[in-house]
Unconditional design. Structure first.
Lengths: 172, 625
C-alpha cells in the first residue's frame, strides 16, 4: 500500500491534541487565591477578653516571633475539633497563639475555655465581628500564621493534622 | 421506585443496542429489503430511554431524596416548574437528555429515510449506535442519574438560583436538539462516504437534517443569550465564555455545511467539504461536551468536575475522530479535478469564500477557547482569553464577509458577470453616506466604525430590496441574510450607543446627570416560596419630564443560600433600560448600575428571523438559491 502523508500527519496531530487534553485533565483548575498571602497584618485596637483593657496591634506582635491568630467562638462546633491541635501548638515555645473571640458571649466563652483548656497567649474580644473583617476572614474558625508582621499562611476552616504539621514546619 | 425503574430501563436500553447491531449486521449481509424489526427495536430503545427520563422527572417532582441527583439539585420548596426543569439542569440529567435525543433522532431518521437504499440506512444506524452505546456506558458508568443514597436525607441541596429561570428551563432541550441532531449528520455522512453514496438525492435528504439541527442550535444559543442578559445582570448578551464558544463552534461549522450542501445538491461538487464539515460539526459538539463536563475549563456552567468523566469522553471523542479519519481517507472518492475549479465570479465561488470565512471564525473561537489549556500543559502558565481577543480578530473580518454575503446570492451558478448590476454600487454609496452621517456626530473611531456600519447597511439594503423585487422567491435565504444584517446592525448600534452609570446611593438619594435623574425612593421586602426579595423602587426622570419606575430586586434564596441580583428591565421597541442593585458590604449604600441599551429587542428578533428563514427552507419543496 502506498504510504499516505496526509492521514499520517493528521493522525499524529490528533494524537498530540489527545495528549495535551489528557494532561490538561490532570491539572487541577481550582485557583487558590494567593492575594492575601504575604500581606502586612492590619493595625488595630482591640479589647482584651474579660479584662476589657484596650490593646493595639503593635503591642501584640513583635517582628521576630511567630504568631498564630485564631478566630474562634464558643458556639462554633468545628472550633472544638481544632482545639486539640491548638493545645498541641501551645506547648511549643517559638509560637504564640492569639485568639480572637468572635461575636461571643463572655460567660459561654469562659465555660468553653474551662472545659477544653486555654491554648491562647492572649485573647482579643471581637464583640461585633469588625476585627474579623479587618483580618479579611471568611468565617469561624480561621487562622493566620504571622511572622515579621506579615501573614505567611492562612488556614480557612478548622486546623487539622496536615495544617498542624505545616505550621510546625514553617516555624522551625 | 421511579428511580429504580429508570435505572433498569437504562440498562435494558443498552442491551437493545446490541440486539439492533446484531440484526442490522445480519440484515446488511443477507437480504435485500430493510428488516422492519430493526425499526421496532429502535423505537423500543427510544421508549426505554423515555421511561428512564420520566423516572428521573418523577423523582424530581416527588422530591425523592434517596436519589442522589435529586438530592443534589432539588428542594421541596422549589416550584414545580423548576423541579421539572431541574431534571436537565445538572450533569447526569442532561446526559440522559442527550441520550433521549440521540435515540429519538435515529428513530425519526429510519422513519424518514424510506426512499434511501437499505445499506445506507443500516450503516447510518450502526454508526449512530456506536455513539449511542458510548453515551449509554458513559451515563451508567460515570454519571448515573439514579444513584441511591442511604440514609435518605430529609431535604435536598436545592437548584442553583441562577438556573431558576424560564428561558434557561427550555434552553437545554432546544440546544440539545441542535447539538445532538448533528450526530445524525455525522453518522449518515460516514455511511454515505463508506458506501460511496453521496449524490444530489442524498444531499437533498440530508439537508433536512442539517436544517433541523441548525434551527434548534440557533434557537438554543439565542435562549442561552437571553438568559445571560436577563439573569446574570451584567447587561451583556454574549461574553465569549468557553461554554458559549463551545455552542458557537458547531453552529459555525453547521452554517457552512448548510451552504455546501446547497452547492452539492445543485452541482455535485464540494463533496470533500461536506464530509469534513459533517464530521467536524459533530466532533465539535462532542468536544464541547468534553470541555464543559470535564472541568478542564472554568466557566459559568458549573458542572461537578470529575476527571474520570473527562477521560471517558476524551477517549470516546478521539475514537470517533480516528474512525472518521479512517473512513474519510480510505473510502472517500474525490471527484475529478475540473468540477472543483470554479469561475471566479460565480455562486460557487462566493459560497467557498463564505466557507473560508466561517472556518476562520471557527479557528479563532477554537484557538481562543482551547489555547489556555495548551499553554497550561506546556508551560504551566495560566491565561484567560477574553472578549478583546475575539473582537480584534473577528470584527475586521466581518467587513468583507458582509459584503460577500450581500453580493454572493446575486451571482449565477457556474458563471456570472456584473452587467445590469449597477444597483450594487448604488446601494454601496447609499450605505456609505448613511453611515458617515450616523458615525460623524459620535466621538468614536471614525474609519473602522464607518466601514463596519456601511457593510452591514449594505447587506441590509440589498436584502431589503430583494423582498420587494423577488417577493417570495428565495425567501428563506433572503430572510436569514436579512436577519443577519439586522443582527450585526443591532449589535453595532447597541455597542455604540449604550450608556452606563454606576453609582452608590442610599435610600432617598438622587443621582443627577444632564440627561436624567435617578431617584432611589424606597425598598420593600417580600417573601416568596423559595426566596426573600428586597425590591428597590427607582424613579428615573428624563430631561423632558417623563418619569419611569424601575424595580430591581435582590433575592436571597433559601436552598442553597445564595443572593442573586435581578435586573429590572424596561424594554421597548427601540431601547432597553436596565437597572441592577447590589448590596455594599456593611454600609447602607446600594450599588446601582443603570444602563441604557438600544436595540436589544432587535438582537433577539433578528436571530429569530434567521432561524425562521431556516424553518421556511425546511418546509419548502422546490429547490431554491
Amino acid at each position: 500500500m502506498k504510504f499516505k502523508i496526509y492521514p499520517a500527519l493528521l493522525t499524529i496531530f490528533f494524537i498530540i491534541i489527545f495528549f495535551v487534553f489528557y494532561k490538561g485533565l490532570q491539572n487541577s483548575n481550582i485557583y487558590t487565591p494567593s492575594a492575601d498571602l504575604k500581606k502586612n497584618i492590619p493595625s488595630f485596637k482591640a479589647k482584651i477578653f474579660l479584662t476589657n483593657e484596650k490593646i493595639s496591634s503593635e503591642q501584640i506582635f513583635h517582628s521576630d516571633k511567630f504568631y498564630l491568630v485564631n478566630i474562634w467562638a464558643s458556639w462554633c462546633v468545628p472550633c472544638r475539633d481544632e482545639h486539640i491541635f491548638l493545645m498541641n501548638l501551645s506547648t511549643q515555645k517559638n509560637i504564640k497563639i492569639i485568639g480572637i473571640n468572635y461575636k461571643d458571649n463572655n460567660e459561654k466563652a469562659k465555660i468553653y475555655l474551662n472545659e477544653l483548656n486555654n491554648p491562647y497567649d492572649k485573647i482579643l474580644f471581637d464583640e461585633n465581628g469588625t476585627l474579623a473583617i479587618e483580618w479579611g476572614a471568611y468565617g469561624v474558625p480561621e487562622s493566620f500564621l504571622i511572622h515579621n508582621n506579615q501573614i505567611i499562611k492562612k488556614i480557612i476552616g478548622p486546623i487539622n493534622e496536615n495544617s498542624l504539621l505545616e505550621i510546625k514546619k514553617l516555624t522551625e | 421506585m421511579a428511580s429504580l425503574i429508570g435505572f433498569y430501563s437504562l440498562i435494558f436500553g443498552l442491551c437493545v443496542s446490541f440486539l439492533i447491531i446484531f440484526f442490522s449486521i445480519k440484515n446488511f449481509k443477507n437480504s435485500h429489503i430493510f428488516d422492519k424489526k430493526i425499526i421496532s427495536f429502535t423505537f423500543l430503545q427510544f421508549f426505554l430511554v423515555i421511561v428512564s427520563f420520566l423516572g428521573l422527572i418523577l423523582s424530581f417532582v416527588h422530591s425523592d431524596f434517596s436519589n442522589q441527583t435529586v438530592f443534589n439539585h432539588s428542594h421541596t420548596t422549589k416550584p414545580l416548574f423548576y423541579k421539572i426543569s431541574g431534571t436537565w439542569g445538572n450533569h447526569e440529567g442532561s446526559l440522559l437528555l442527550w441520550l433521549l435525543v440521540l435515540t429519538l433522532f435515529i428513530f425519526l431518521f429510519l422513519l424518514k429515510s424510506k426512499n434511501q437504499s437499505k445499506k445506507y440506512r443500516i450503516l447510518t444506524l450502526l454508526f449512530q449506535q456506536i455513539i449511542i452505546i458510548g453515551f449509554f456506558i458513559f451515563v451508567i458508568k460515570t454519571s448515573n442519574p439514579f444513584n441511591y443514597i442511604f440514609p435518605v436525607p430529609k431535604e435536598g441541596l436545592g437548584l442553583n438560583p441562577i438556573l431558576q429561570d424560564p428561558a434557561l428551563a427550555i434552553h437545554p432541550p432546544i440546544l440539545y436538539l441542535g447539538y445532538v441532531g448533528t450526530s445524525i449528520i455525522f453518522s449518515s455522512t460516514l455511511a454515505a462516504t463508506s458506501l460511496n453514496y453521496i449524490s444530489k438525492e442524498w444531499a437533498k435528504h440530508i439537508k433536512q437534517w442539517i436544517l433541523i439541527s441548525w434551527i434548534f442550535l440557533t434557537l438554543g444559543i439565542l435562549l442561552g443569550s437571553i438568559w445571560a442578559y436577563y439573569e446574570l445582570g451584567w447587561g451583556g448578551f454574549w461574553f465569549w465564555d468557553p461554554v458559549e464558544n463551545v455552542s458557537l463552534m458547531p453552529w459555525l461549522a453547521l452554517t457552512s455545511l448548510l451552504h455546501c450542501i446547497l452547492v452539492l445538491e445543485k452541482r455535485l461538487v464540494l463533496t470533500s467539504w461536506v464530509v469534513v464539515l459533517s464530521i467536524s460539526t459533530f466532533t465539535l459538539s462532542m468536544c464541547g461536551t468534553f470541555l464543559v463536563r470535564s472541568g478542564i475549563l472554568n466557566s459559568v456552567h458549573t458542572f461537578a468536575n470529575d476527571p474520570e468523566r473527562g477521560l471517558f469522553i476524551l477517549i470516546f471523542l478521539f475514537c470517533l475522530v480516528f474512525l472518521s479519519l479512517f473512513i474519510f481517507f480510505f473510502f472517500h472518492k474525490t471527484q475529478n479535478k475540473d468540477s472543483n475549479s470554479f469561475f471566479w465570479l460565480s455562486k460557487e465561488t462566493s459560497i467557498l469564500i463564505n466557507n473560508w470565512f466561517m472556518i476562520y471564525f471557527l479557528s479563532v473561537v477554537l484557538i481562543g477557547t482551547t489555547y489556555p489549556i495548551f499553554l497550561e500543559v506546556i508551560s504551566s502558565e495560566k491565561i484567560s482569553v477574553g472578549p478583546p481577543f475575539y473582537n480584534k480578530l473577528i470584527i475586521p473580518f466581518l467587513i468583507p464577509f458582509l459584503l460577500a454575503m450581500a453580493i454572493g446570492p446575486k451571482l449565477n451558478w457556474i458563471k456570472s458577470d456584473l452587467k445590469k448590476k449597477f444597483y450594487l454600487i448604488l446601494f454601496l454609496i447609499i450605505s456609505l453616506l448613511l453611515s458617515v452621517i450616523i458615525i460623524k456626530s459620535l466621538n468614536i473611531n471614525f474609519l473602522v466604525n464607518t466601514i463596519l456600519v456601511t457593510s452591514a447597511f449594505y447587506l441590509f439594503f440589498i436584502t431589503l430590496r430583494d423582498f420587494f423585487i423577488k417577493g417570495f422567491k428565495n425567501l428563506s435565504q433572503n430572510l436569514t441574510h436579512f436577519g443577519f444584517s439586522l443582527l450585526i446592525l443591532s449589535i453595532l448600534f447597541n455597542n455604540i450607543f449604550s450608556t452606563e452609570i454606576i453609582t452608590n446611593l442610599k435610600i432617598g438619594e438622587t443621582f443627577k446627570t444632564d440627561k436624567y435623574k435617578i431617584i432611589f425612593e424606597n425598598i420593600e421586602q417580600k417573601d416568596e416560596q423559595n426566596f426573600k426579595a428586597i425590591i428597590g423602587k427607582f424613579n428615573i426622570e428624563n430631561s423632558d419630564g417623563k418619569t419611569e419606575i424601575l424595580k430591581p430586586e435582590l433575592r436571597i434564596y433559601n436552598q442553597p443560600t445564595i443572593v442573586t441580583s435581578e435586573a429590572d428591565i424596561k424594554t421597548n421597541f427601540l431601547v432597553d433600560k436596565f437597572i441592577t442593585m447590589n448590596l455594599v458590604q456593611n454600609q447602607d449604600y446600594f450599588n446601582i448600575r443603570y444602563q441604557i441599551k438600544p436595540f436589544m429587542l432587535w438582537i433577539w428578533f433578528s436571530v429569530l428571523l434567521i432561524s425562521f428563514g431556516g424553518l421556511i427552507s425546511l418546509f419548502k419543496k422546490k429547490y431554491e438559491v
